[in-house]
Design a protein around this ligand. Sequence first.
Ligand code: ADP
Ligand code: MG
Length: 261
Amino acid sequence: MSALSFFSGTRLESAPPPDNVIAETRKLYRELSGAGAAPQTILHGIDLRVGRGEFLALTGASGSGKSTLLYLIGALDRQTSGEVWLDGVEIGALDDDDRAAFRNERLGFVFQFHFLLPEFNVLENVFIPMFRRGVARSEAEQRAYESLALLGLEDLWKRKPGQLSGGQQQRVSIARAVANDPALILADEPTGNLDSKNAQMVFDVFAHLAHDQGRTIVMVTHDRDFAMGADRQVALRDGHIFGEGRRGEDVMPHSIPSQRG
Ligand code: ADP
Ligand code: MG
């Protein structure tokens, strides 16, 4: 990890954000130029700050750029221009190996689909990624078990994913993201594939992690009530930030035009 401080230290033209900011994008653009297709600008110079310990919801219509922004913050994609600072490091300046190391060690991801390994039990699903990153097996198992307990899943550790409800499976994927004690948890529509009861349960888990455990979370959601339950919501439209609100404020327009098709 010494390479990281080397890289950030050489970018003198751009000062890191203050310590209480875990993630910051500066004039972030993402363009696509498909073969034969006209270039398309997906994100138009997004400036966004996420505070340490903040629970931020990213909202907006389908196609507004939420996932693209989340993947850039998560070092899963590369911007066309602009900067992404994460935990004091400008990750655009890192090569692919350093980015992957950064992602594995400091970020936790939860997606709409849980991506659990069906042939492994719940505990194995949570500890195997840590074990593969080089954490000793006994320590990885211990951390996995603690993470499952945090989510009220300790009694289910022997089960296979197929023996769990959709909401339980998604909670296991959250346990997997949390087990490594990430600096930032990124979730892309984590309730999007669940019925309303399970969606509420999963949302409550995120709220608990944020408000009782001090975790930092950026969650993409279509759900108005869930967005309003976060500390702050930032709404995107056509790759621009068009609105922002504190907890309890409604910033999503009531009829969001679909950008699809
Ligand atoms: P959201 O998550 O808000 O639904 P996305 O970030 O997935 O939006 O996509 C934003 C826009 O970028 C959409 O118009 C989408 O069609 C387009 N887009 C995203 N990724 C790709 C890609 N790999 N190829 C082509 N178009 C893409
Ligand atoms: Mg999306």
